[in-house]
Design a binder for this molecule. Structure first.
Ligand SMILES: Cc1cc2nc3c(=O)[nH]c(=O)nc-3n(C[C@H](O)[C@H](O)[C@H](O)COP(=O)(O)O)c2cc1C
Length: 326
C-alpha cells in the first residue's frame, strides 16, 4: 500500500498502536507474511502458533469452505464472497523447527512498522508417556524462546485438545492445567502474556475460567473457533484420515456465538471482576463487525478468515474510523 489512511491510534498492553485491527494466529506463517500484512495496515500481528519441535501439517485439503448447519458443518461448493466466508480448518497444528522460527521471529520484529505489535502464539507438545509437568515445561520453553526472539507479547494457545485427557477436552476447559501453564509462562517471560480461549458451553464456565486465569494473564483472546463434525454433501467425512472427523469452524457464520462470548466477558470486566485486555476474535468478517466490537469495549479486533479472503479490510477499517473522527 502506498498510502494508508491513519489509524485512530490507542494503546494495547501498555504500547502505542496505530489501530485496533489485527491478524489472529494462523495466516501469518512467517516474517514475509508479517511484513505483507503490516504494510496492509494490520497493526496487531500474531505469528502463527509455534512449538518446540517440527510438526508437519495434515495433508490437503486441510481448509474447506462450509455452511455451519445445525447437525454438522457441510462442505459448500465455493467460498461465499462479500464478507460471508466460513471455513473448516484441519491443519494439524503444524510448526517449523524452533531453530528456523526463532530466527524468523527476529526478522518479523524488524519488518513491522512503528505503532505495530508482534504477538507470537505458542503451544506445548506432549511426548508419549509424558505428564502434565512436561507439557507445562514445553509451553514455557516455547514462550521463552519467542520472547528472546523479540515478541512484544506471547499468546498461549489453550484452545487446543488436551493431550493428557481421555475425553475430548480443550486445555482451557481444564482450569488448573491452564492456570499452571500461564503461571509458568508468566514467570518465564517479561513481556505480556495472553490466553487464547475457545468456545465455552455456558457463560458461567467462561466467567469462572477467566476469573481464575486473570491473575496470570494480561489479556484474553477469544473465540478461537467452534469444534464441529465436518461432512461433504453425501454425509462422508470432509477431511481424509483418522482423527479428522471434527475440525474448527471459523469465519463469518461463527460471529453470533463468538461475539456473544466476547460481550459476556466485556460485561464481566465492566462489573469489576478484573481489568485484563480483551482481544475479540471469531467471525469478524466486515469493518462494521470490527468497529462494533471495539465500540462495545474490546481492546482489539483480530481476523483470520477475513485476512485471507479480504486483505484490504484493515485499510477500510482505518478509513472508516478516520471518517468517523473527521
Ligand atoms: C488458516 C488458518 C490457520 C489458523 N491457525 C491457527 C494457529 O496456528 N493457532 C491458533 O491459535 N489459531 C489458528 N487459527 C484460528 C484463528 O486464530 C482464529 O481463532 C479463528 O480463525 C477465528 O477467527 P476468524 O473467524 O476471523 O477466522 C487459524 C485460522 C485459520 C483460518
Amino acid at each position: 500500500m502506498r498510502r494508508l489512511p491513519h489509524g485512530q491510534g490507542g494503546r494495547l498492553l501498555g504500547r502505542p498502536i496505530n489501530s485496533r485491527l489485527g491478524v489472529a494466529s494462523g495466516p501469518l506463517l512467517n516474517s514475509k507474511w508479517v511484513e505483507g500484512y503490516a504494510r496492509l495496515g494490520f497493526d496487531i500481528l500474531t505469528y502463527a502458533t509455534v512449538r518446540s519441535a517440527y510438526r508437519p501439517a495434515h495433508g490437503l485439503p486441510n481448509i474447506r469452505p462450509v455452511d455451519n448447519l445445525e447437525q454438522a458443518a457441510v462442505v459448500s461448493r465455493r467460498s461465499a464472497i462479500n464478507g460471508n466466508t466460513t471455513i473448516a480448518i484441519s491443519l494439524g497444528e503444524p510448526s517449523m523447527e524452533p531453530a528456523v522460527w526463532r530466527k524468523d521471529v527476529r526478522r518479523a520484529r524488524e519488518r513491522k512498522g512503528p505503532g505495530q505489535l508482534l504477538i507470537v502464539s505458542v503451544m506445548g507438545s506432549s511426548v508419549p508417556g509424558g505428564d502434565m509437568e512436561s507439557l507445562i515445561e514445553d509451553y514455557a520453553r516455547c514462550a521463552g524462546w519467542a520472547a528472546q526472539s523479540g515478541a512484544d507479547a506471547i499468546e498461549v494457545h489453550l484452545a487446543t485438545p488436551n493431550p493428557l485427557s481421555e475425553q475430548l477436552q480443550m486445555i482451557c476447559e481444564n482450569v488448573p492445567l491452564s492456570a499452571h501453564i500461564l503461571y509458568r509462562v508468566r514467570t518465564t517471560v517479561a513481556v505480556p502474556v495472553l490466553a487464547k480461549l475457545g468456545a465455552f458451553r455456558t457463560p458461567r464456565l467462561l466467567h469462572e475460567t477467566a476469573t481464575k486465569l486473570a491473575p496470570w494473564a494480561s489479556g484474553f483472546v477469544l473465540v478461537h473457533g467452534l469444534t464441529r463434525r465436518v461432512v461433504d454433501d453425501k454425509g462422508a467425512a470432509a477431511f481424509e484420515g483418522p482423527g479428522r472427523e471434527r475440525a474448527e469452524i471459523v469465519g463469518a457464520q461463527t460471529f453470533e456465538v463468538a461475539s456473544r462470548q466476547v460481550e459476556e466477558l466485556l460485561a464481566w470486566r465492566k462489573a469489576g471482576a478484573w481489568d485484563r485486555a480483551i482481544l475479540a476474535v471469531g467471525g469478524i468478517s466486515t469493518v462494521e463487525r470490527a468497529t462494533w466490537l471495539i465500540h462495545e469495549g474490546a481492546d482489539a479486533a483480530l481476523v483470520a478468515t477475513a485476512a485471507l479472503f479480504d486483505p484490504l479490510i484493515a485499510t477500510r477499517f482505518r478509513q472508516a474510523l478516520s471518517t468517523a473522527v473527521a
